[in-house]
Design a protein around this ligand. Structure first.
Ligand code: AR6
Length: 181
């Protein structure tokens, strides 16, 4: 697992993960950025996402751990084959075991789907660490633990990246890794 600084919409990986909400509305944050970069028109990507959710899940919302896959459209130019939408917990600054379990499910759901699709490289944003207000340090720690455990049994996924958007978050994330190693 590698931590990198950058914009996930410019990142080269076979799959990129979206930190979505349960309705796949892509109204802000990284979700908006991915929808815009993929389709140009955000509403068009929301429409595609909802249509795929109906087909793949059979409902108009997803639970933590459930994921929806959408085509990369313009992101194909970065080598992206799939966008995998997952929903993390809402924290609002609070953190407890329940949030941790929901975050684990969200990360694992995306990893398992990628593996099933034959993906070798996958990039994640810091799920729930933005608008959903979970502490970045906790998110990074859960991410590292979940990925390491998953990679022991993965068939196809080899490279997992955590893409941090701001310099501050990137530095914080590196510090967490140093502390736990
Ligand atoms: N590349 C990488 N990371 C980014 C980018 C980018 N282009 N843009 C933002 N981030 P957030 P959440 C970081 O709020 O907390 C949306 O409206 C950002 O700095 O996108 O899971 C959804 O539709 C932060 O560290 O996701 C949901 O309603 C991380 O991505 C809600 O927000 C996640 O921030 C989900 O909230």
């Amino acid at each position: 697992m590698k931590i990198v600084k950058g914009d996930i919409t410019k990142f080269r990986a076979e799959a990129i993960v979206n930190a979505a909400n349960k309705y796949l509305e892509h109204g802000g944050g990284v979700a908006y950025a991915i929808a815009k970069a993929a389709a140009g028109d955000v509403y068009e990507y929301i429409r595609i996402s909802k249509e795929e959710m109906k087909k793949q899940i059979g409902r108009e919302y997803i639970e933590h751990g459930e994921v929806v896959v959408t085509p990369p459209l313009k992101l194909a130019q970065n080598g992206v084959k799939y966008v995998i939408h997952t929903v993390g917990p809402y924290c609002g600054g609070k953190w407890d075991k329940e949030k941790e379990d929901k975050l684990k499910l969200a990360i694992l759901g995306a990893l398992k789907k990628a593996d099933e699709l034959g993906v070798r490289s996958i990039a994640f944003p810091a799920i729930s660490a933005g608008i959903y207000g979970c502490p970045l340090e906790k998110v990074v720690k859960v991410f590292k633990d979940t990925v390491e455990q998953f990679l022991k049994e993965a068939k196809n996924v080899k490279d997992v990246f955590l893409v941090l958007y701001s310099e501050t978050d990137y530095k914080k994330a590196l510090k967490v890794l140093k502390e736990v190693e």
